[in-house]
Design a protein around this ligand. Structure first.
Ligand SMILES: *Cc1c(COP(=O)(O)O)cnc(C)c1O
Length: 407
């Protein structure tokens, strides 16, 4: 039997998955089959305003014609050749990313976890080549770095870690709210410090200027490399190409993924020249990484960003911030609004799960992270009117979920 997404009911989709898909996800009972910009449509045809864009991935919007055309045209030309051979697009994409970041080289992979994994390996390789092997890494509480063993080792949440112990030895999570602690924690054995300039999964927590300063000082004192995890906050999300320069951070390695592919799985580690010089042929690799389809999708995203979309995000940021703060004031709740650009968290300081469910009922897609935080990562193409519409829906969802309990 031929089954299409459009003609299959949500209950059938759920039933089929329940039989044979490994049950690693607790999904909401919604099946999306079509998208258009900041809209999503489920299997029953119900429309949703999407303020999540697939966790910050569909940067140009759902079913973006630019991404669709780039991938389709490339697929007709040539999709994949492996990394045994040259193709014309990796160099073009690397050129664009290195100019945007100031880091000299790019390594391409397929996800955020892989990008962080590559950064950790390159940091170890750097110290090994220098004849002074350093094994230790320093991360921060509330960090999320991914699910592979290396990236999981840098992830803070014990729920993700404990069932898979032992993880990488020599990893310390420093308290993000105590910059002075780095004086003791970062030593001449530290290979690298890894930090998200704005922690995403951990509750949309921007790191403080004081912590940024302490990180730079610790790196200068010990020679430890700095890895900026820009997988969620980078590639235009904050209204700037990367989030680290605004904090005065000068990373040696930058990991990117999520938005760079516009929906196509793309990751990359950007590597400063002194580290890049220590990496030899054969040290690291991947079959899929940087294939033609991935590079074409990423180039389309960068074209859009440089063609005015980055400025648009910078303009929408304060509008979204003011809108969310006004919403909190109207609701009269004790909530904190944190973020920048089109990356926002509304910390309700109590379990926010019911808000997501109430949002879906009203036709709104948002996410809860870190228990109490409603996370908003809309597509970069969102308009002022759509932001207002989204915030009105969110206000209703919060009121539904908190009922008479607030105030
Ligand atoms: C999503 C994310 C990752 C992991 O990326 P995957 O593509 O899920 O492997 C790592 N770091 C940050 C900051 C992320 O937001």
């Amino acid at each position: 039997m031929h089954v299409t997404a459009e003609t299959t009911a949500t209950s059938d989709i759920q039933a089929r998955e329940a039989r044979h898909v490994l049950q690693t996800y607790r999904r909401f009972p919604v099946a999306f089959v079509r998208g258009e910009g900041v809209r999503l449509f489920d299997a029953e045809g119900k429309s949703y305003l999407d303020l999540l864009s697939g966790i910050g991935v569909a940067a140009l919007g759902n079913a973006s014609p630019r991404i669709a055309e780039a991938i389709a045209a490339q697929a007709r030309e040539l999709a994949h050749t492996s990394n045994l051979f040259f193709h014309p697009l990796q160099g073009q994409l690397a050129d664009r990313l290195t100019r945007a970041s100031g880091l000299g080289r790019a390594f391409f992979c397929n996800s955020g976890s892989e990008a962080n994994e590559a950064c950790l390996k390159f940091a170890r390789r750097y110290w090994y080549t220098r004849g002074e092997p350093r094994a230790e890494f320093v991360g921060f509480d509330h960090a999320f770095a991914g699910r592979t063993f290396g990236s999981l080792s840098m992830t803070w949440d014990e729920h993700y870690r404990t069932p898979f112990a032992p993880l990488l030895a020599g990893v310390t999570h420093a308290p993000a709210d105590n910059p002075a602690a780095l004086d003791q924690i970062v030593t001449n054995k530290t290979a690298a410090i890894m930090v998200e300039p704005i922690q995403g999964e951990g509750g949309v927590r921007p790191i403080s200027p004081a912590l940024a300063k302490a990180i730079e000082a610790a790196c200068a004192r010990t020679g430890a490399l700095l890895i900026a995890d820009e997988i969620q906050c980078g590639i235009g999300r904050t209204g700037q190409m990367f989030a680290y320069p605004a904090l005065g951070l000068t990373p040696d390695l930058v990991s990117i993924a999520k938005a760079i592919g516009g929906g196509f799985p793309v990751g990359a580690a950007l590597v400063a020249d002194p580290v890049a010089a220590t990496i030899a042929a054969g040290d690291h690799g991947t079959t899929f990484g940087g294939n033609l389809l991935a590079c074409r999708a990423a180039l389309a995203v960068l074209d859009a960003l440089e063609g005015g979309l980055l400025d648009h995000v910078a303009k929408m940021g304060p509008i979204m911030e003011q809108g969310l703060k006004a919403m909190v004031a109207r609701l009269g709740i004790d909530a904190e609004v944190r973020g920048k650009g089109l990356m926002w968290g509304v910390d309700l300081k109590r379990d926010a799960g019911a808000v997501v469910t109430a949002g879906l009922a009203r036709g709104l897609v948002v996410n809860r992270t870190s228990g109490s935080v409603i996370r908003l990562l809309p597509a970069y193409v969102i308009t002022e009117a759509e932001i207002a519409e989204g915030i009105a829906l969110l206000e209703g969802a919060i009121a539904d979920a908190l009922g008479g309990a607030h105030g």
